[in-house]
Design a protein around this ligand. Structure first.
Ligand code: P6P
Length: 338
């Protein structure tokens, strides 16, 4: 008997919220359609001249690949017409994305990274779209304000990611657990393949870019040594090291297998003292997913979902995964005065 599809799952979910008017369900369904369109282009990236650079430079100073731009355009175009948003923000756009005049608006705010890990496209490595949904706080009769986007992660009403790889999979939460849906391209439906995902309480894998060791502080060096040194850790053997360099892929493996992913602050780039990952479009949505699957997410010491945002593209160190390993890391950072 085929599993239910994501649309049926969202309707069942909506019925559990008596006051729900179906707007969040509609928002998510429009997002899901965008993921199907992006997945189609990603799957043929090797065949069509979608690879290569547009020559543009995004707000992060990175060269924009065509699939990045395409994914960003698909999401902005479709979500502008969803009729339930008052504003959006994208990792690819420097400022707030307003809903064009004349388009119907609503009470939700959408923040996304349209195609994270895009530097891996040519190598056929998994990449993904990460999304975060908030409810506006400003009064409904005025324009959306920056404060509607700069909300703590605890305010998110839904979050998740779509990973494009050997199969396309949507992993998301609306606050009642985490569920995974695998796209069946033959019928164009996301089918419930991983109901009620829970991260293992502890794992055997740590994931960090050790190429930056010389830029880390002593706390981070002690953390990584704990995973590598069987006399220091409580596993009795070294943890395995896995690092893909695509956040969605590294996180997805951590969610399914357990263990920990870390992108700490480092001294590599004085302009990015808090590391490379963005709070609003990467850390917050993945932190909501991991907490809903009984995992933890910190900036090393403190809960990601309680970090107070001050700017749209604010970066934050990220330590995320199984509770056992995240707590070990938190204790080491606390010992160093974090
Ligand atoms: P580094 C991809 O560019 C990305 O934003 C994330 O997907 C990934 O986790 C990170 O950067 C990898 O960064 O510095 O290890 O190459």
């Amino acid at each position: 008997m085929p599993e239910i599809n994501v649309t049926e799952h969202l309707l069942l979910n909506q019925k559990r919220t008596p006051m729900a008017r179906g707007r969040l369900t509609h928002l998510l369904n429009q997002l899901i359609l965008s993921f199907k369109i992006i997945s189609r282009e990603v799957s043929k990236a090797g065949l069509v001249d979608v690879l290569g650079f547009t020559g543009e430079i995004n707000v992060q100073g990175e060269e924009v690949k065509k699939l990045d731009e395409f994914s960003n355009d698909v999401l902005i175009h479709r979500m502008s017409r969803a009729g339930v948003l008052c504003a959006m923000a994208s990792e690819e756009n420097e400022s707030i994305i307003e809903i064009p005049k004349g388009f119907p608006t609503g009470d939700y705010v959408l923040i996304f990274d349209p195609l994270d890990g895009s530097s891996n496209i040519e190598a056929n490595i998994n990449i993904g779209t990460i999304f975060s949904i908030l409810r506006r706080k400003s009064s409904a009769d005025g324009d959306c304000e920056m404060s509607d986007l700069l909300q703590q992660g605890v305010e998110q009403v839904a979050a998740g990611y779509c990973i494009y790889g050997s199969s396309t999979m949507l992993v998301m939460t609306t606050g009642s657990g985490v569920h995974g849906f695998t796209l069946d391209p033959s019928v164009g439906e996301f089918l419930l393949s991983h109901p009620d995902l829970k991260i293992p309480e502890r794992g055997k894998i740590y994931s960090i870019n050790e190429g930056y060791t010389s830029y880390w502080d002593d706390a981070t060096k002690e953390v990584v040594n704990w995973f590598k040194d069987p006399s220091a850790n409580d596993l009795g053997k070294p943890y395995s090291s896995r690092y893909i360099g695509s956040l969605v892929a590294d996180f997805h493996r951590t969610l399914l297998y357990g263990g920990i992913f870390l992108y700490p602050s480092d001294r590599r780039d004085p302009k990015k003292p808090k590391g490379k990952l963005r709070l609003l479009s990467e850390a917050n949505p993945l932190a909501m997913v991991v907490e809903q699957s009984w995992g933890l997410a910190t900036d090393g010491a403190d809960r990601i979902l309680e970090v107070e945002p001050s700017e749209l593209h604010q970066r934050v160190p990220l330590v995320i995964g199984s509770p056992h390993e995240v707590e070990i890391v938190r204790n080491i950072y606390k010992k160093h005065g974090y």
